[in-house]
Design a protein around this ligand. Structure first.
Ligand code: DGL
Length: 275
């Protein structure tokens, strides 16, 4: 079982930011990644639908024999975490709690901002996660169009800068000192976001924090893969057209994204648009 891959999924390429962090943190681990590009983005969808799609992808990962699931998508984490932990025997790691813990350590003023998709922000998952901390005031802002830019391969330039100014201005008015990038696509926009919020605001990237949580969970379960088993092997699967996923994936993750496979279950899978 220690040799089995870690199953990681997102609605698209955003979860590759988590894969990158896991490669850096745990270089011996093999990864099976699913980008649900045919049904993504999840952010504008009702939570119940995100939940159904996420469970469908996770059932597929379990059928492929993964030793752990990483929900590398805030929208899916908000929709499905509790169900997933009850449904599967393998550990399930998500991206919200690790980022919340890091933000609590980072803030001095207690004024924390969080940005994410509509699904994530409307779910109040971050409000719930910070609820126990009496000294924190949370300011949330949905930034739905950021995902469009990332999935279109645009992470710099005048248009995205103007959009970032517009989205982030209300948070800056609240004097936040910490900003949670509550969407796994957003680390790809870190330069733009940092230039808008300036040096005084600590950016919390859920990818790095999640990778640390993955390590901890594997260590606690004695599931870490050793280098004695040879080099790790990775697989990347897209539910939509593999080619654009491969091109964007290589750009954002690196040369590890090769030979992207098409998700096999077209007929019996919920919510594929061509059904
Ligand atoms: N990666 C997703 C998230 O973290 C955003 C993309 C989407 O809308 O599906 O919420």
């Amino acid at each position: 079982m220690t040799d089995a891959p870690i199953g990681i999924f997102d609605s698209g390429v955003g979860g590759l930011t988590v894969v990158r962090a896991i490669f850096d943190e745990l270089p011996n681990e093999s990864v099976l990644y699913v980008g649900d590009t045919l049904r993504g983005p999840y952010g504008p969808r009702p939570l119940a639908q995100v939940r159904a799609f996420a469970l469908d992808v996770m059932d597929h990962l379990i059928a492929e024999g993964v030793k752990m699931i990483v929900i590398a998508c805030n929208s899916a984490s908000a929709a499905v975490l509790r169900d997933a932990r009850e449904r599967y025997d393998v550990p399930v790691v998500e991206v919200i709690q690790p980022a919340v813990r890091r933000a609590m350590q980072a803030t001095r003023s207690g004024h924390i901002g969080v940005i994410g998709t509509h699904a994530t922000i409307d779910s109040m998952a971050y409000d719930d996660a910070f609820a126990a901390a009496t000294n924190i005031t949370l300011y949330s802002k949905a930034c739905p169009r950021f995902v469009e830019f990332v999935e279109g391969g645009v992470v710099a330039g005048a248009d995205i800068e103007a959009l970032a100014q517009e989205y982030l201005a209300p948070l800056m008015e609240k004097d936040i000192d910490t900003l949670v990038l509550g969407c796994t696509h957003y680390p790809l926009l870190v330069d733009v976001i940092a230039s808008v919020v300036g040096d005084g605001v600590c950016l919390v990237n859920s990818a790095d924090e999640t990778a640390k949580q993955v390590r901890k969970t594997l260590e606690e379960g004695a599931m870490v893969r050793s280098s004695d088993g040879g080099p790790p092997s990775h697989r990347f699967v897209a539910t939509g057209d593999p080619k654009p996923f491969e091109i964007l994936g290589q750009r954002f993750l690196g040369p590890e994204v090769i030979a992207v496979e098409r998700h096999p279950r077209r007929a019996d899978t919920v919510g594929f648009p061509d059904e």
